[in-house]
Every structure is written in C-alpha cells, then in structure tokens.
Design a protein around this ligand. Structure first.
Ligand code: CP
Length: 324
C-alpha cells in the first residue's frame, strides 16, 4: 500500500483498510524496536513539530520516533516562531515543506481553529501534514487506542462494547477531539459505542452525525446516554475523560463552575463493577487522578493506560514512515 505524501489530519480521511495497514505496520515497528532491530526508514529526513499546546506523549513519541527512524524532528512553538506575530498558514506550509519532509501540528485549545489551520497549511504544503491533535480529532491517539484494543481483544472487534464517558476535572477545558475521534473511528471497526455526558457537554453536531453514519456503514452501534452507569453496563472497554463545554472554552471560570456541578462523574470501583468482568480501563492521559478516576482504577488490574501510551510511539512511527 503506497501512502507516501498523504496528509493524516482525520481518521475519516482514510479508509479502514489504510488504517488497518497503519496498525499492522505499527505492530511490525513495535517488534523491531523491542528486539533492537534497526529500522531507519527515514534516513536524513526532517519533520517539523509545531505545538500550540503542551504535550508529554505526543511530543516525545514523535521526537523519539523520528530519531529511531533515522530522521530528525524540529520542535517549534508559537512563542519562538513567527506564528506569534501572525505568520500565515500558507507561508508556513510553503516554506517548511521546502525545508523538510513532514509537518506535524498540535492546535487543539479552541473549537473552530486547529483543524482549519492544519488544512490550510496542508493546502499549501508539498509534504504530508500530520494532526497531533486539533479541535475535531486526535487521530494519532485514536489509532494507538485501536491498536491497543486489537492487541487485547483480537483484530475483529465486532460487538465489543465501548463506553466513552465525560468525567470531571477541575482544570482547563480539555479538547473535544479525543471523544470525537473515538466515536467516529471505533464504529467503523464494528465497535458498539455508548457516549455519556451531562447536559452542556454535547460534542459537535457534525461529529455526532458522522458517528451515526459510520456505525450504520461499519456494523457498529452508536448511542448517547446521560449518565455514566448506563454507558458502563456490560462494557468491555471504558474510556472516561474530561472535555470542555462548547459554550465555555473562552470563559474558563464559568466553564469550571459548570463542570463542578458534575463532580460525581468519576470512574471508581463501583462503576467498574457494572462493566464486563474483564473490562479494560483506557485513558489518553494525562488523567486527573482523584477527579476523573480513582487511583484504585487507573493503577488497578483493569487499566491498560501504559500499553496505550506506549503504542503512541509505534503508531506515530508508522504514520511518519508510511507518509513521509
Ligand atoms: N494523549 C496525549 O496526547 O498526551 P499529550 O497531551 O501528553 O501529548
């Protein structure tokens, strides 16, 4: 399968066969990494990593991954580039693509901004543009999540029950891109997804429509409930995490006051007992311990968060190796 030159901005832009191919390549690269076999597939190539938000996993998996592939990753942020002075996405796309072989961007803090910017950079770039998280999707995260689920449950996920639930966090308004990425991707692989959230935390309408359409086409199911308990009932995988309310992304104090009304939305042992006895707890991390989830759950036998985080390395390497 030749994916050279392709942008990776949303999983929806890729077929299920192409996404499965990326996961299979990720598994091969994981094996090579673990056995110490060299895989310098991008010798002397350069990728620019442009961050408009903080990161632990994404930055370090891309930087380490680029090194392991024989490439070099440049870290760029808004404060140390002319983006801070309003340099255009067009100039960024044209110029950076004349210097290297890939551009990766994280721009996820406010709805309506990041995805638009990435697509504009991509329109003017001769090299692939990779989404390291935007306001719509976090396709590097959800690919690693899908890989993790296939490692645990096997390649055929048909009928697997996944609960994607809002959970309380008393910090900033986290992007909606992870839950949106999950509800749109997983039904394409036959997974039955139940989304749970309190009033005010609705995801973007076009992403909800996509989730319904993808479930119809992919053989999975998609439904929305208004409490954690219903989503956890019989679930094989639970993925409770916080996200911001659309109306309050630019009004942080009001947003936190709304969230505080639902501070009992925490993933604890009581909820986990409602799920399947072999349920897996997943979270993209960082998790807000004591608010989104108890230590007993995230450090307990059902948690696969470190396997999930590790797979961020292997999947981002596959994306870079196949597109650059
Ligand atoms: N899951 C994730 O994207 O982590 P970082 O924000 O640390 O990159």
């Amino acid at each position: 399968m030749n994916l050279k030159g392709r942008d990776y901005i949303a999983t929806q832009d890729w077929t299920t066969e192409e996404l499965q191919y990326l996961i299979d390549r990720s598994s091969e690269l994981k094996g090579q990494f673990k056995t110490g076999k060299a895989h310098r597939l991008l010798q002397d190539k350069t990728i620019f990593l442009f961050f408009l938000d903080k990161s632990t996993r994404t930055r370090n998996s891309f930087e380490a991954g680029a090194t392991q592939l024989g490439a070099h990753a440049h870290f760029i942020d808004a404060s140390t580039s002319q983006m801070a002075h309003g340099e255009s996405p067009k100039d960024m796309g044209v110029i950076l693509s004349s210097y290297g072989h890939g551009i990766a961007i994280r721009h996820d803090l406010f709805p309506g901004e990041g995805n638009t910017l990435m697509r504009e950079v991509a329109r003017h770039s001769d090299v692939p543009v990779i989404n390291m998280q935007c306001d719509i999707d976090h396709p590097c995260q959800t690919l690693a999540d899908l890989m993790t689920m296939q490692e645990i449950f096997g390649r055929d996920l048909k009928g697997l029950k996944l609960a994607v639930s809002w959970a309380y966090a008393p910090s900033y308004a986290k992007p909606m891109s992870v839950p949106q990425g999950l509800i749109t991707l997983m039904p394409r692989f036959g997974v039955d997804v139940t989304l749970a959230h309190p009033p005010g935390y609705e995801l973007l309408p076009d992403q909800l429509e996509l989730a319904h359409a993808n479930a119809e086409a992919g053989g999975g199911k998609f439904e929305i409930v208004d409490n954690m308990e219903d989503s956890f009932e019989g679930a094989h995988v639970v993925y409770p995490k916080s996200w911001g309310a659309f109306d309050y992304f630019k009004k942080p104090e009001e947003g936190l006051a709304l969230a505080k009304q639902y501070d009992n939305w925490i993933c604890d042992d009581r909820l986990m007992k409602l799920a399947d006895q072999n349920v897996k707890y997943m979270h993209c991390l960082p998790a807000d311990r004591g608010n989104e989830v108890t230590d007993e759950v995230i450090d307990g036998i059902h948690s696969v968060v470190y396997q999930e985080a590790e797979n961020r390395l292997h999947t981002c390497k596959a994306i870079m190796a196949e597109t650059m």
